[in-house]
Design a binder for this molecule. Structure first.
Ligand code: NOJ
Length: 721
């Protein structure tokens, strides 16, 4: 349709029909013609009339349901405006790849794009028009259960991976039924909730917001994301969905975003609970004024928006603009011509869990695993005959993580299945040992587990967090291994030193004791469908671990928040970090630095950083600096290394971070092989927000380094003229 035709359609609509385009409910509610009561003021249910004119639906099941919903709606809607169908496809639809935090550990934007491509194919076949992805919240506190949904604590990784997802999922032409639109979320700074508690309030300086939080959302908007979802939290006193500065001033004016804003679930109604709206009518007005187009599931728009417009409290043009944005998106998706978009029951069956997708998911699971410790016991020798597989997650099927589809566990390759497929002759003894729930004290199985460990050639001890301990609304105040898992670990490690600990979890955990006592630790996160196959291949060296931590692992929960790119202080703690230094910024009872820093991860081979060279000592604002880092594989196996480039601005008009990741590249090296990795640094990467809130660079000296956080191996100095 032309813009003119869309405008004519808009002009033909009643106020109520226009409001209909801005309301959304769950597929289940739509089908039952009923809205579940989710908001504080939910006594009124939408009538059949509302479902007829409703603009979008979220959370449906499959192509069959997508087609049925659209047919049902189009048959009833007098204006025949197709529904938009939205779904949270976060790390795969049916073929699940590792959780986003794990994907960040791959430091591999191409791998992200490959996974996004698989998600795009499965989702479009399922009938999805919009996915609520990417989630690019900077998360520096693992108490927050949603840290698993983001790629990293570092906005650069979130920006690059988020943009890669958007470009791949949306393609060049949204009307292509194979492409889907992306909704970047949760704008803004949802990950900075006080005390790591979900939905909690956020108070940030504008400098910190602009430097550490906004860039990733902006990168996704620049990559073309068609929708934005404001976050649940209040930011500096104003909940995002009503935050005019954030939404109108920054998103629309400064960044030029012209797409659709969809509230988070019930967030408009929650303005009442936040205490900035007197009632739901007020909430609808506030959200409209802040440019929120669609009211997800709550019924504030449904009940009050038409009245607000009729009374003149909300200008009619404001309503029209919001509706036009929704209609334009539908038009771009080609829904007026093909309301079913890619929904295809046959393609769905063919694509779900097909061998290529499984292969991608397996490779992703291998590339995102982080080898935290290895005293030479991994990879296991081929002649290891008898394995004891021990721990509460030894036979677990829930290894997909939050936002995997209900029932996803049925498709998961378990660890015993993975080991048996790779090494059919291995003798496997499985012992659960204990539970892993908070408050679980049953240690009854530990003795048997230790006995099994003692009788085996090698032990795989599988520990972690139950799958439902991370995700939305799942914050924890203590990040230990829940239940009696450490008791189990002590007994097993005492019984057999040839033990590799494998971890499944959705957030960095406190594993300080394990790090001292276990000979090997492999962090698997939630690897998804191919969990068991990927793990077996990693343990037996068919795949070589290459993941690097995308968020640091603390020694204690008390260290949070602990960003790797922390600011310096007037009393920085001098090395060594292991003991306190009086009257400096330090703890009396533990080091400052995390147990494992951001960017850390081992391999079955070793790499040496041989040199870092710069091609000039000074650049002007228009020149580029080339930084060449030479890395050699000094071990005996082929492997991949992520070369990370850090910057430090030692003297500036405002305090700058002690280290800042400015680029990364992953490189594959054969044994003995060396490669020179060249990075280009420009003035843009040297910018920051000064005391007046302006983004500038300042002339002077800079340090550029290679290594990983707090372990910068090679450094050079250059100047900006
Ligand atoms: C609430 C979550 O915060 C958001 O991430 C998600 O996209 C919506 N619900 C829709 O399911």
């Amino acid at each position: 349709m032309t813009e003119q035709a869309l405008k004519a359609l808009l002009d033909s609509m009643t106020i109520q029909e226009k409001v209909g385009q801005l309301i959304q409910c769950n597929a289940g509610q739509f089908i039952r013609n009923q809205l579940e009561i989710t908001g504080p003021d939910g006594e009124t249910l939408p009538t059949e009339e509302v479902c007829r004119i409703m603009g979008s639906v979220l959370t449906f099941e499959d192509a069959e349901q997508a087609i049925a919903l659209q047919e049902m709606h189009l048959a009833a809607d007098p204006k025949k405006i197709p529904l938009l169908l939205m779904l949270d496809v976060i790390h795969g639809l049916r073929t699940t790849y590792p959780i986003p935090l794990a994907m960040g550990c791959s430091f591999d934007d191409d791998l992200m794009a490959e996974c996004a491509d698989m998600a795009r194919k499965e989702s479009s076949a399922c009938g999805v028009h919009v996915t609520f992805n990417p989630m690019v919240d900077t998360a520096r506190d693992a108490r927050w259960g949603r840290i698993l949904e983001t790629n990293s604590e570092e906005p650069l990784i979130n920006s690059r991976m988020g943009a890669a997802f958007v470009r791949t999922a949306q393609g060049n032409d949204l009307s292509d039924p194979g492409n889907i639109a992306c909704c970047v979320k949760h704008y803004a700074a949802y990950g900075a909730g006080e005390a790591g508690r979900d939905y909690n309030t956020v108070d940030l300086s504008e400098r910190s917001l602009r430097q550490d939080y906004l860039p990733a959302y902006k990168a996704c908007v620049d990559a073309g994301a068609r929708l934005v979802m404001p976050s649940f939290n209040a930011l500096n006193g104003i909940p995002s969905v009503a935050n005019k500065w954030l939404m109108n001033r920054i998103l629309r004016e400064e960044w030029g975003f012209s797409g659709v804003v969809v509230s988070d679930y019930n967030a408009v109604g929650e303005l009442v609970a936040h205490g900035i709206a007197a009632d739901h009518k007020d909430a609808a007005r506030l959200a409209m004024e802040a440019g929120c187009d669609i009211d997800m599931v709550d019924n504030s728009y449904y009940l009050y928006l038409a009245d607000l417009v009729r009374e003149g409290t909300v200008p009619a043009e404001m309503l029209d603009e919001a509706v036009m944005r929704v209609l334009r998106l539908k038009n771009e998706l080609g829904l007026f011509e093909n309301p079913f978009h890619g929904a295809d029951r046959v393609a769905e069956k063919r694509l779900y869990l097909c061998p290529e997708h499984r292969e991608t998911a397996r490779r992703a699971a291998e590339e995102t695993a982080v080898l935290l410790k290895n005293e030479g016991i991994l990879p296991f020798r081929e002649d290891v005959k008898h394995i004891a597989l021990i721990g509460p997650f030894a036979e677990e099927k829930h290894l997909n993580g939050f936002w995997s589809r209900p029932g996803a566990e049925r498709d998961t390759v378990t660890i015993p299945e993975g080991i048996r497929a790779l090494l059919p002759d291995t003798e496997l003894t499985v012992e659960r040992g204990c539970g892993a729930a908070i408050g679980d004290t049953d240690t009854g199985g530990i003795a048997r587990a230790a006995e099994a460990a003692a009788g085996a050639d090698a032990v795989i001890l599988v520990l972690g967090e139950p799958e439902n301990y991370s995700g939305e609304g799942r914050s924890r105040a203590e990040l230990n291994l829940p239940g009696p898992q450490m008791q189990l670990a002590r007994a097993v490690l005492a019984a057999n030193r040839n033990t590799a600990v494998v971890l499944f979890n959705g957030r960095p955990l406190v594993i300080t004791e394990l790090a001292e006592t276990a000979p090997a630790i492999l962090e698997m996160w939630y690897p998804g469908t191919e969990a068991g196959n990927a793990l077996a291949r990693l343990l037996w060296g068919r795949a070589n671990p290459c993941g690097k931590l995308s968020a640091g692992m603390p020694r204690s929960t008390g260290q949070y928040p602990m960003p790797y790119n922390r600011m310096n202080t007037g009393r920085p703690k001098p090395p060594p970090d292991c003991k306190p230094a009086p009257f400096t910024s330090c703890y009396l009872d533990m080091p400052n630095l995390p147990l494992y820093s951001f960017g850390y991860g081992l391999s079955y081979t070793t790499f040496s950083y041989e040199k870092l060279e710069i091609d000039r000592n000074e650049i002007t604002k228009d020149e580029k600096l080339h930084v060449a880092v030479t890395v050699r594989n000094t071990g005996t196996r082929a492997g991949k290394e992520t070369v990370q480039l850090y910057l430090r601005d030692p003297v500036a008009s405002v305090v700058r971070p002690v280290q800042q990741l400015i680029d990364y590249k992953k490189v594959a090296l054969e044994p003995g092989e060396k490669k020179e990795i060249v990075f280009t640094v420009s003035e843009q990467q040297l910018r920051f927000f000064n005391a007046e809130g302006k983004e500038i660079s300042e002339a002077g000296e800079f340090l550029v380094s290679a290594g990983y956080a707090d372990h910068l191996l090679l450094t050079e100095k250059f100047r900006l003229a």
